[in-house]
Design a protein around this ligand. Sequence first.
Ligand code: GLN
Length: 533
Amino acid sequence: MNKPTKYIFVTGGVISGLGKGITAASIANLLKSRGLKVNLQKCDPYLNMDAGLLNPREHGECFVTFDGAETDLDLGHYERFIDQELNNKSSLMAGKVLYNLIQDERAGKFDGDDVQIIPHLTNAIQQYIADASKGFDVHIVEIGGTVGDYESLSFFEAIREFGIKYGLENCLYIHVVYLPFINTSKEIKTKPAQNSLRDLRGLGIQPNILVCRSENGFNNYRIIQKISLFAGVPNERIAILPNAKSIYEIPLLLEKFGIAEQVVKLLKLKATKPNLKKWQKMVDLANKKFDQKINVAIIAKYLDNADTYISVFEALKSAALWNNVNIEITWVDASEIESGKYDLNDLKKFDGMLVPGGFGTSALEGKIKAAQYALKNNMPYLGLCLGLQMGVIAAARNKGLTKATSFEIDPGSKEQIIITMKDQKGKEQTGGTMRLGNYFCKILPGTITKRLYDKDLIVERHRHRGECNPKYTKFFEQWGIRISGLNPESKLVEIIEGIDHKFFIGTQFHPEFKSRPTLPHPLFVGFIQSMKS
Ligand code: GLN
């Protein structure tokens, strides 16, 4: 192991949404492929404690770590890019730092000092970074937002000081900027990047490496030279990334620019030659045209943001490519199914449907109708969390229990097939109180689920309040479904599957969080295979 831990700080400029997270994850991927022990951490300037109460319509998916942290979706990218489970320390929102700082102040831990942004808040941030990095060769920290944001100033100051305290030879600063391409004059413009670099230097940080996003200009030497001059960064430490076909190509593009080699050199890391064979194979498969294309409908309720179900999409895509089929994913608005605007029979054109997770009452009746359709028409169905709950209600309703419902749809109903457990009552609007993170699940023999997992005991990540009401589980088989996974202690239902159905599986947990681009989750693989001819 390399000692001491080396740090890489990834910041962004010009505009948000440039793929700073993907850059950080790609560099981690390249270093891990060189035999290094790598960790990733995201610092977010939001004054929230975590991402649990953020609206997915605006913020995208809430990713859950094995230890139950509700985090920014970038952590999902991190895990997928380095095939490694991260923990709650990998997600740091400003609210968490401030909350703990004020608690320390109330506990009298500052000996009468004024508590200030510098040094108290910045020290606290540095402490979180140092804590998260323990035991790793390289710890990569992404700073959310863009340089110059008022909100992220304390994080920029913290990482500047970090370099001084831990030694600049142990720290690297990578800045990700945008180079707009002006179509009329066919020119790449560097001025916004220059401004952002000036802002960064104004905060006392001189980047060591630059990653420039541009729609055009891959390997444009003239541009690299120009940027090098004003940035004070040598040519060989600048990469220009054009829009890639898939995010998984980014590590390979950065590798072509020799960025990881630069990192190894600058941080004096003991690294092996990179092994990117499996990654390269996955990228090749992702770009391949296969004989079959399968069409999957996502029966969604959050349609405003392409990132709301990002882990689900990634899991579907990787399961498809490793099974040699192309996949087309279509969003179907569950509220339009509910209102009748979307004709249920139009679902016929799909090979299968997936009902993802979600919260609140809206669009649930539409999801139930879709699940009823899947059951009646022997159409492959994968239900994730809310998708299991709506699937069970659908099965009950199809067999005549027309009033079957859930705690979310009708909190006063006596026929709640899905209920909240006692320990969840009264916590409905609160943060960090759901059934979160890893729980064991015993797989029952003789089931399709068992065939797919090929294990008796698994562990999966949760994020929900509702559970199958134990009062009704004895009717499952009459409704055409059976339990195929149970929590060994609480006996809560974890997985159900259709009896005499091509593929009807619902999970109370979120398997998408554990799926990897190079190793798709078995349930997603089973779902894809059920649609393959
Ligand atoms: N809203 C449901 C519950 O809390 C489902 C949650 C989810 O899909 N993650 O149980």
